[in-house]
Design a protein around this ligand. Structure first.
Ligand SMILES: Cc1ncc(COP(=O)(O)O)c(C=O)c1O
Length: 388
């Protein structure tokens, strides 16, 4: 086994949830969590459960936990601990942050979103535009491989562009975007680069500085953690923006000004354990294993199936949207579930992608993560063959 190779059996032994016959290809909707995450959450509730700022031991431990969670997030995203904040999920945080930046926007200002986005990075801007008379422009995708059309994106930029909101990876078809280049284009236009990294986060390393982005959002429940949302904001922005916060809540560290109320501390404990879990494997091993499984799946897809999205493992996450010649996506997913295979069907809230690809019923999403095995991929391929 090379230094890079992932010992999948050892990985799976860390997840009690995987110790059953179901083959989980549903990860883009949320992954299973290792036992260390479950234990960290239980241990918090057992030993440290309290609100913040008290003089007693459980409260002190809770204070320390919040600090640890900010440090874990900073390691995960490549930023400073005070440049992150937590919330219920990506969508809720994005509605809040778009409202916040909206305090600086004026009627006629423009926001560019993309047809590759999950609606969690579209509707918050449409709602803001509704209230402030902003203009929302859509950057297109190429129909043949569902990649983002950067020429079209550039066409949408103008003097009034204030924000370019785009995905790091598509949760529907797997396409990975050129985040650095898009951030550069946004900055050249004088706009903020606002990235939804929810789908990318379980599949590869994130470095917000290297990517050059201003705001980035992701959701720990998609990367082996509990149900929770997380954001990064560049310090200068977090210092400048006026948060929607209650007066007695702390102003420091700067990121927490954008968190509201009491957070789910047990989820923060689980989040710390999830980051430690990913760190214990290392991204190289995860990326290599996912690529291998992705190639295996692409190589074995029955000819009768139609794949929507990049045709090879280059420039994509191992998330595959397929449609059948006659079977609807829903029926295909039901048939697979009957055979112990968990997949999602539909549009997965990536409305614009499905519209643009002409898929009113959506597709079947085959989502691989590192805890999947070659045997599971073969089993899935066998069942797909049976269905066509
Ligand atoms: C790419 C992408 N963005 C945003 C979201 C919304 O995330 P959350 O459920 O944390 O609001 C999802 C969830 O599926 C997603 O896949």
């Amino acid at each position: 086994m090379s230094a890079l190779a992932l010992d999948v059996a050892a990985v799976r032994a860390r997840f009690s949830a995987l110790d059953r016959p179901t083959a989980f290809f549903d990860a883009p909707g949320g992954t299973q969590v290792p036992d260390s995450v479950i234990e960290a959450m239980a241990a918090y509730l057992r030993e440290s459960n309290a609100n913040l700022g008290g003089a007693f031991e459980t409260s002190r431990r809770s204070d320390a936990l919040v600090v640890s969670a900010h440090h874990a997030a900073a390691r995960f995203l490549g930023c400073e601990p005070d440049e992150v904040g937590f919330g219920q999920n990506m969508t809720t945080i994005n509605f809040a942050l778009t409202r916040t930046v909206g305090r600086e926007l004026r009627a006629g200002d423009e926001v560019v979103v993309t047809r590759l986005d999950h609606d969690g990075n579209v509707s918050p801007w449409l709602e803001l535009a509704h209230d402030l008379d902003l203009v929302v422009r859509f950057a297109d995708i190429r129909e043949e491989d569902a990649t983002l059309d950067l020429v079209d994106l550039e066409r949408q930029l103008g003097e009034r562009t204030r924000v370019v909101a785009f995905p790091w990876a598509s949760n529907a078809v797997g396409t990975i975007t050129d985040v650095r280049r898009i951030a550069e284009l946004a900055h050249e236009a004088g706009a903020l680069a606002w990235v939804d990294a929810v789908h990318y986060a379980p599949h590869g390393p994130i470095d917000v500085r290297e990517a050059g982005v201003d705001v980035l959002l992701c959701s720990p429940y998609k990367f082996f953690g509990p149900h929770l949302g997380l954001f990064f904001g560049r310090r200068e922005l977090l210092e400048r923006w006026r948060p929607f916060k209650v007066r007695p809540a702390p102003d420091e560290p700067i990121g927490v000004r954008f968190e509201t109320g009491t957070l789910p501390h047990e989820a923060l404990a689980g989040f710390c354990a999830a980051v430690a879990y990913v760190e214990s494997l290392g991204w190289e091993a995860i990326v290599a294993h996912e690529r291998e499984l992705g190639e295996r799946l692409l190589g074995g897809l029955p000819d009768a199936l139609r794949l929507h999205g990049p045709p090879t493992m280059d420039g994509r996450a191992p998330t595959f949207a397929v449609t059948f010649p006659t079977l609807t996506p829903e029926l295909a997913a039901i048939r697979l579930a009957e055979r112990g295979i968990a997949v999602w069907w539909g549009d997965y809230y990536a409305l614009e992608v499905m519209r643009r690809l002409g898929l009113p019923d959506g597709a079947v999403r085959l989502g691989i993560v590192h805890y999947n095995t070659a045997e599971e991929v073969d089993r899935l391929l066998g069942e797909l063959q049976r269905l066509v």
